[in-house]
Design a protein around this ligand. Sequence first.
Ligand SMILES: Nc1nc2c(c(=O)[nH]1)N[C@H]1C(S)=C(S)[C@@H](COP(=O)(O)OP(=O)(O)OC[C@H]3O[C@@H](n4cnc5c(N)ncnc54)[C@H](O)[C@@H]3O)O[C@H]1N2
Ligand code: MOO
Length: 391
Amino acid sequence: MISVQEALRRCLALAHPTGTETLPLRRAFGRVMAAPATAQITQPPFAASAMDGYAVGRVASAGDSFDVIGEAGAGHAYQGILAATQAVRIFTGAPLPAGAVSVVIQEEIARDGDRITLRTAAAEGDNIRPRGQDFVQGQTLSPRQLRPNDLALLAAMNVAEVCVHRRPVVALMASGDELVMPGETPGPDQIIASNTFALAAMVEAAGGEARVLPIARDTEASLRTVFALTEGADLIVTIGGASVGDHDLVGKVASDLGLDRAFWQIAMRPGKPLMAGKVLGIPMLGLPGNPVSAIVCGHLFMVPLLKAMQALPPEPTVLRARLGADVAANGPRDHYMRARLGVEAGQPTITAFARQDSALLTILTEANALLIRPKDDGPRAAGEIVDYIAL
Ligand SMILES: Nc1nc2c(c(=O)[nH]1)N[C@H]1C(S)=C(S)[C@@H](COP(=O)(O)OP(=O)(O)OC[C@H]3O[C@@H](n4cnc5c(N)ncnc54)[C@H](O)[C@@H]3O)O[C@H]1N2
Ligand code: MOO
């Protein structure tokens, strides 16, 4: 069995970046930029007041007075030039008038008619946002998956459209005679197909488009029928039927369809029966059926594949925390234990759940991290530093 790292390397070798498209900003959330975006303007485009108050014509001390000669509001500049003895009533976001050197907030001013007296000193630059303090025209934002904050920045840069990678289309293909969809009434020997829903959401969160295909039955004919529905996908993800049982036919049918196999079975728990390759000209990831195995492998292999297809750094980020409770010696496969990450005594602390069966969705839903136990690692005591991946 190959290692997790080798399996990921072989998976990523299957990925090719998708093409690009141009989208209006309002449709770009969660998408991955395909090229740097360039600021069309400088922000702020002028030195601006950061507060409501008075722009004054010289640095001053408490007790100094000025003549108020006009007003500047956001969107309404004061057109004149301030002399050293003069002030302009100014509001947040208004352009700083020519000649102004400082803004004093209105709470620190006594006003008598058109005369103001300062209760505090006015130092050069106080409460003034210099021109271009946020960004300047021509500055670039490097490619990334667009979060809400990024969209605000692009909008401020006057970038109305953004060039993004086309969403990788993922054909999700669950198989098993025991499976029915949520909302249906399962027979006495049936269960509900569950992991497809997590995987589809993970695809969408990673910038892809999930195409959930009908559940294939455990026959070669049914699997072939559903495989035929994967046409046009950028990635085929099968769920279940990957192991060694008589009804685990995914590998067999994929082989009959010309699968160029990159690997089958890895030294990982959960996820041992994972397979990958290329079938019908499309990269394929064959996930194990156990819900936790499928979802954990989705995080470790499917999401990196989708990132690679959108030219993002694909590897999951491995972080470090101290163990909150002892863990026993590990076996011959890397173990990605469902765990709870929190803070104890001011330090990130991770504690594995006692129950690690790969069929336990209730545990997975309480987990917010995967504690990584290297294969053959000895027992570890609370307080030792370990690796984890955040979920
Ligand atoms: N003799 C051996 N048996 C098994 C081995 C092994 O090495 N030797 N590996 C075990 C491991 S590890 C895993 S993981 C499972 C995975 O097997 P499959 O990929 O063939 O998955 P299935 O047998 O189809 O299903 C396993 C389990 O998961 C349920 N399932 C399947 N699909 C879904 C779905 N979409 N939603 C919810 N639940 C699903 C299915 O009903 C089974 O209970 O094999 C071990 N066996
Ligand atoms: O590796 Mo299986 O995925 O342990 O349940």
